[in-house]
Design a protein around this ligand. Structure first.
Ligand SMILES: NC(=O)N[C@@H](CC(=O)O)C(=O)O
Length: 422
């Protein structure tokens, strides 16, 4: 199991060999009898950490399983994913969380960290077993009703108060259901009117972000804003951080590169929650990620079976694939972001937000060997049929994306070699 990774450039800076002992830990001397990976010309980053993945197991194993989602994650350069709670049954008990954690260990390709639901059955009414989930073997620290907003301010306040006791965080899907109801499926603007699609206005996100940062201030607890999509939300976050409020935020790869104009063909591949926004919002999100107002990139990888996605636009499921392509999309959307900044927004900071002490560590002796090796000069043309995911709702099909994940190492074990599952 020991490894020598030869000649990689750490964070795109100095070139150094990395040594991994047979316990999967980085060490300062070459272990004897080690496998050698030639990494000349490749950039080494700490393994990527995704704060927001839908693995669909239990309940929708036709769309994704913990194993296939883990394979897709490893191919994307990830060594840890947070599995969202909107499965069937919902991850709202210690038993359900422990089961997801165990299946992740059995798959063994990335660390699968279950996210617990905030409310029972995602119904938004009674708190789920937050403390029991935290005290289970899965040690849940991140709670989210993702797919649904915790829209009742009193419930959100109680959840924040509850998780504060053990340093947990509530990850909010910010969507005021009165301003953007279940039919809302397209950014509200001139285009939604022309297409005749029910609008999902940016203000429906922004009022919840504003409310939640005030609740975080009031409770002294920690809130995380999932998939920020508008310039107005960025403004609120900038203000809240300047006040010292304990808030973090993520943006998805697709909101950094795709715009609402793609909806003119009514292709349900581009139907996602929150919706694709105009270029002004995309520009504000890129700037906010670069300057640290938005802390992390999170994929919101949302696989859907054909029979849920291939419908008229208004009837199709929300969501798109993203975990295999995330790094390439980020490199394409923000080519000037340094590799150190890529590591910050895709590994170090998400690991810190999730409380995963073992992940996002510097590539130094003593750290667990979670490493991704990237060819910075390659470009990849995405083929949706070459994916490890069971689903095909891939908005990147046919596009060329910058850089290529070549090898992924999880705890000293090579999970991806030469761009293929090892
Ligand atoms: N992001 C998405 O478009 N879809 C998510 C849930 C959701 O946020 O609606 C899913 O679970 O499919």
């Amino acid at each position: 199991m020991s490894l020598v990774i030869k000649g990689a450039s750490l964070l795109g800076e100095q070139t150094r060999d990395l040594y991994v002992d047979d316990a999967g830990v980085l060490v300062d001397e070459a272990p004897s009898g080690a496998e050698t990976i030639d990494a000349e010309g490749l950039v080494a980053l700490p393994g990527l950490v995704d704060l927001h993945t839908h693995l669909r197991e239990p309940g929708r194993e036709d769309a994704e399983t913990i194993l296939t989602g883990s394979q897709a994650a490893a191919l994307g350069g990830y060594t840890a994913v947070l599995a969202m709670a909107n499965t069937s049954p919902v991850t709202d008990t210690a038993e359900a969380a422990t089961r997801v954690w165990e299946l992740g260990r059995e798959a063994g390709l990335v660390h699968v960290q279950p996210v617990g639901a905030v409310t029972r059955g995602l119904a938004g009414e009674e708190l789920a077993e937050l403390g029991l989930m935290h005290r289970s073997r899965a040690a849940v620290k991140v709670f989210s009703d993702d797919g649904k907003c915790v829209h009742d301010a009193r419930v959100m306040r109680r959840a924040l108060e509850y998780v504060k006791a053990f340093g947990g965080v509530v990850s909010q899907h910010s969507q005021d259901p009165a301003l953007a109801g279940p039919a809302a499926c397209c950014h509200e603007g001139e285009l939604s009117g022309r297409l005749g699609l029910p609008g999902w206005p940016g203000i429906a996100e922004e009022v919840i972000v504003a409310r939640d940062v005030m609740l975080a201030r009031h409770t002294g607890s920690r809130v995380h804003v999932a998939h920020v999509s508008t310039a107005g939300s960025v403004e609120v976050l900038r203000w809240a951080k300047a006040q010292g409020i304990d808030v973090t935020a993520e943006v998805t790869p697709h909101h950094l590169l795709l715009t609402t104009d793609l909806l003119t063909g009514y292709d349900p591949t581009y139907k996602v929650n929150p919706p694709l926004r105009p270029q002004e919002d995309v520009d504000a999100l890129r700037e906010a990620l670069a300057d640290g107002t938005i802390d992390a990139v999170a994929t919101d990888h949302a696989p859907h079976a054909r029979h849920d996605k291939e419908h008229a636009f208004v009837d199709a499921a929300f969501g798109m694939l993203g975990i295999e392509t995330a790094l390439g999309v980020v490199r394409t959307a923000l080519p000037d972001l340094s590799w150190a900044d890529v590591a910050r927004v895709m590994s170090t900071t998400p690991a810190r937000i999730a409380g995963l002490a073992d992940q996002g560590q510097p590539l130094e002796p003593g750290s667990p060997a979670h490493v991704v090796l990237v060819d910075p000069d390659a470009a990849v043309t995405v083929d949706r049929d070459a994916s490890a995911s069971l689903s095909r709702n891939n908005p990147w099909h046919g596009r060329s994306l910058a850089s290529r994940v070549v090898h992924t190492v999880y705890g000293g074990r090579v999970t991806v070699r030469d761009g293929a599952l090892a």
